[in-house]
Design a protein around this ligand. Structure first.
Ligand SMILES: Cc1ncc(COP(=O)(O)O)c(C=O)c1O
Length: 374
């Protein structure tokens, strides 16, 4: 059997990682400004994380959600404290798409409605409703095109108010910072106005913090810059530092019903031990503050490059938009300067490094970036 060929691949075989660096099978070292697509939060192969997972798998890797799992309880308590949502409840699954799927389902159970507002360029995952809420017709199969979604321009509050006034909108789903869409920020005022408009119409506000959350923006969640509190927050990526996991943070206005949501693997013992180790390291090494400090430095330094049309972002979630296609620059960065970066479309380079990126590593990146620009 061969692999189902859906990923265009670089001809590089990464076999080892440590902190913000990865190595290929030839021994070449790369600076990782991509974090395996915003997944690596505390750094590759962190010793505390390795130890915690190894110990857990040697004790109990998995048992079903039909018995008490104190690791899940610990995770809910610690996450609630650290992110400032102690009164919310946590439902655990295995990926970002699943988190959004469950969030949208909860919203519909809550108010009985079926219409969703999403935003132009949004990305929410590849499962049925999550992909329908994703503004990319190429990945929406005919079976997923079920007319649930209205896409509106980001930051256009009048458009949102107009749709919500119809009184039939189940939920508004919005990314804390649009990632795949090219690091586009909803303004604080926009989020505040959306919050208010949702309240007026009993519409559920879902913040997708799968890419922008877990400290990446320099706050635990990117929406916390605006001071709003969503009804539901979805997380994944950084929660497990590479261990597949997702979470739905649910406000107290929802009442849990036995059997309404469920999963076989979600919140298993091994995943929870990974997530707890991530929180240990985030607190111990003050990674959220680090993301803010190093991210702000990078943002300021990158703004000095005249070759870049616009630099956007918060913390260690940065987009650089060029007037010209970025394919060649990105290839030079990877092949000649040995730096991994991400892209969005044809003109934006995305930086999504591990949150432990040091000032020295940021400077090293800037040096290599300068050379790659030529
Ligand atoms: C904002 C956002 N939501 C949802 C997803 C989907 O997550 P997953 O690939 O874990 O299903 C992603 C993945 O890139 C994302 O960036």
């Amino acid at each position: 059997m061969k692999l189902y060929d859906v990923y265009p691949l670089f001809d590089i075989n990464i076999v080892k990682g440590k902190g913000c660096h990865v190595w290929d099978d030839q021994g070449t070292e790369y600076l990782d400004l991509y974090g395996g697509h915003a997944v690596i939060s505390i750094g590759h192969a962190h010793p505390h994380y390795v130890e915690a997972i190894s110990r857990q798998v040697g004790t109990l890797g998995f048992y079903s959600n039909s018995v008490i799992n104190t690791l899940q309880q610990q995770l809910a308590e610690r996450l609630g404290r650290l992110c400032g949502y102690e009164d919310y409840a946590l439902f655990l699954i295995n990926s970002g798409a699943e988190a959004n799927e469950n969030a949208l389902k909860l919203a519909s159970f809550y108010n009985g409605r079926t219409r969703i507002i999403s935003f132009q360029k949004a990305f929410h995952g590849r499962t049925s409703l999550a992909v329908e809420a994703t503004d990319n017709p190429k990945i929406i199969a005919p079976i997923n095109a079920n007319n649930h979604i209205t896409y509106l321009p980001l930051n256009d509050i009048e458009a949102v108010k107009q749709e919500l006034a119809k009184g039939d909108v189940c939920a508004v789903i919005i990314e804390g910072i649009q990632g795949v869409g090219g690091i586009k920020l909803p303004s604080d005022e926009f989020l505040q106005a959306v919050r208010q408009a949702c309240d007026e119409q009993n519409t559920v506000l879902i913040l997708d913090e799968i890419q922008s959350g877990y400290g990446r923006s320099g706050r635990f969640f990117a929406h916390q810059y605006s001071g709003i509190r969503p009804d539901i927050i979805t997380v994944a990526k950084g929660i497990g530092n590479g261990f597949p996991m997702g979470g739905v943070l649910i406000s107290p206005k929802f009442t849990p019903v036995y059997g309404q949501l469920g999963t076989t693997f979600g919140g298993n013992h091994l995943a929870c031990s990974a997530a707890l180790a991530v929180l240990d390291v985030m607190e111990e090494e003050r990674l959220i503050e680090n993301a803010e400090r190093v991210g702000n430095y990078l943002l300021e330094e990158l703004k000095k490059f005249t070759q870049i049309k616009e630099v956007r972002g918060r913390g260690l979630m940065i987009g650089m938009e060029f007037a010209e296609p970025i394919k060649e620059i990105r290839l030079r960065l990877l092949k000649e300067q040995h730096v991994f970066t991400g892209v969005s479309g044809t003109h934006v380079i995305r930086l999504l490094p591990p949150l432990c990126l040091s000032m020295a590593e940021a400077e090293e990146f800037l040096k290599r970036f300068k050379v790659a620009l030529g």
